[in-house]
Write a protein that binds this ligand. Structure first.
Ligand SMILES: Nc1nc2c(ncn2[C@@H]2O[C@H](COP(=O)(O)OP(=O)(O)OP(=O)(O)O)[C@@H](O)[C@H]2O)c(=O)[nH]1
Ligand SMILES: [Mg+2]
Length: 441
């Protein structure tokens, strides 16, 4: 994983807005600590800075789910992200659980032992769902070991084309929703089109079920991120880094540390949660551009980099990055105008982030999506050398890839049924001796 320095999000509320902002925060389950409230004079207006961290419990189901959660842990550590509050990996294959590097050993749960003896379910997702249902108590016991009362949300991660994660992740999501008040989000990975009919059929059926059971399903499509000539294993390692970088940037966007650079506008974990919580399917876009910074030692960095930045150029850069992020490659390609809600987070050196750029980017997105619910905020990183824009499109409905997946799945289902019928006939033919021979019993 390439080293990334994690910027900080400033949660700034104007003094007059503090009371109403506090009252209107039903979705932030973690009380804001008193000592995190500091008066900061930004030179423009007096603001209150508060610490609101996004805290997630990550549960990886199946091999892809486990590996992605493993990667999230590495990212969170390398970037000081602070959003990973607890992790659990669940699988029916013991070798896959052993292969994980970062999920603690006592947070790895082997399910379905009596049925599949630790060998996995071999892409049978109905069996995956059954063993998850039967062993949900064991998963729960492990969840009881992590500080679930502290978290803002659950994130259940799985590859949807296989058996264990494909079948088990929706079962677990349903269980969590019944038990906890915190929102339950899913991160589902769609298989590549070259993986074949059974994976497509699994993914299409899991998708229907998973969407129904979660508060929002974030989707990543392996197919649009494949590179030709890449080995499958090497390909997944790179893709997993891409996944974690995109979603990680979003989840880390709720943190603020004491003494950090002052941001222009507000974004916090409850806004991410609110953007997701209306339900449906979400996709994430990302764009970045390197900028010249004059690194003039600690003091000048503390004062905001000390760069001589052309305001107009900075504004245009931010607006254009928001466009690129929205119209470029999304984790799940879709028509952005079909989004119901959106969130844009702009990160980078504070001197390159300005309110006007962020506001223009946000209103462009409002126009593009035709949505009234577009949130925006910044994520200043005093040591950063790039300006970045991350766009979350939530509640998207025009998604050609899903339609195609369902179409291929229906065809695969029909072909499978036809083959089964035919092979039963053929077997009957094969053993048929025309009443000449009798079976033993
Ligand atoms: N992005 C990504 N996708 C993966 C990875 N491994 C597998 N996949 C995808 O996820 C799907 C499911 O594969 P697995 O996660 O291995 O399946 P499983 O949940 O362990 O289920 P079984 O092995 O059938 O018991 C595959 O069809 C791939 O599309 C990975 O490391 N990264
Ligand atoms: Mg497996």
């Amino acid at each position: 994983m390439r080293p990334i320095t994690m910027p900080y999000v400033q949660v700034l509320v104007t003094v007059s807005a503090v009371t109403s902002a506090t009252a209107a925060e039903p979705l932030t389950r973690v009380p804001v600590p008193e000592d995190a409230t500091t008066n900061v004079d930004s030179g423009r207006e007096t603001r209150i800075r508060r610490t609101i961290r996004m805290k997630l419990a990550l549960i990886g189901f199946g091999q892809a789910g486990g590996k992605i959660v493993d990667e999230f842990i590495e990212y969170d550590r390398a970037t000081d992200g602070g959003f990973v509050t607890g992790t659990v990996a669940v699988n029916s294959a013991s070798v896959d659980l052993r292969g994980l590097e970062h999920v603690p050993e006592d947070r790895r749960v082997l399910i379905g032992q009596s049925r599949v003896k630790g060998h996995g379910v071999g892409a049978d997702n109905e069996l995956g769902a059954e063993i998850a249902e039967a062993d949900v108590g064991e998963i729960q016991s492990t969840l009881d070991e992590i500080p679930v009362h502290e978290i803002d949300a659950f994130l259940v991660v799985a590859g949807m084309g296989g058996g264990t994660g494909s079948g088990g992740a929706p079962v677990l999501a349903k269980h969590l929703k019944r038990l906890y008040t915190a929102p339950v989000f899913g991160l589902g990975v769609l298989p590549g089109t070259d993986e074949g009919g059974i994976y497509t059929l699994n993914a299409a059926r899991s998708f229907r079920t998973f969407v129904r059971e979660v508060d929002n399903l974030l989707v990543f499509d392996n197919d649009s991120w494949r590179q030709t000539g890449e080995s499958v294993g090497g390909g997944y390692d790179r893709i997993n880094e891409e996944i974690v970088e995109r979603f990680g940037m979003l989840f880390a966007a709720g943190e603020v540390g004491a003494g950090d650079a002052v941001g222009e506008s507000v974004v916090d974990s409850s806004e991410i949660i609110n953007t997701l919580s209306g339900g449906g399917v979400s996709t994430v876009g990302y764009a970045t551009e390197s900028v010249e910074t004059q690194k003039g030692g600690l003091l000048s960095r503390f004062l905001g980099g000390g760069d001589d930045v052309d305001e107009m150029a900075a504004t245009n850069r931010i607006t254009s990055l928001v466009r690129k992020a929205t119209l470029g490659r999304l984790t799940l390609p879709c028509d952005a105008s079909s989004a119901e809600r959106a969130l844009v987070v702009t990160g980078g050196p504070p001197s390159h982030l300005n309110r006007k750029g962020i506001e223009r980017g946000r209103s462009w997105l409002e126009e593009e999506t035709g949505s009234m619910e577009v949130r925006g905020g910044d994520f200043p990183d005093p040591s950063g050398e790039e300006v970045e824009a991350t766009v979350l499109l939530s509640g998207v409905s025009e998604v050609p890839r899903i339609k195609q997946l369902q179409q291929v799945a229906i065809e695969a289902q029909e072909t499978t049924e036809e083959i089964q019928r035919r092979s039963q006939d053929e077997l009957a033919d094969l053993v048929d001796t025309g009443e000449e021979l009798e079976t033993l019993f």
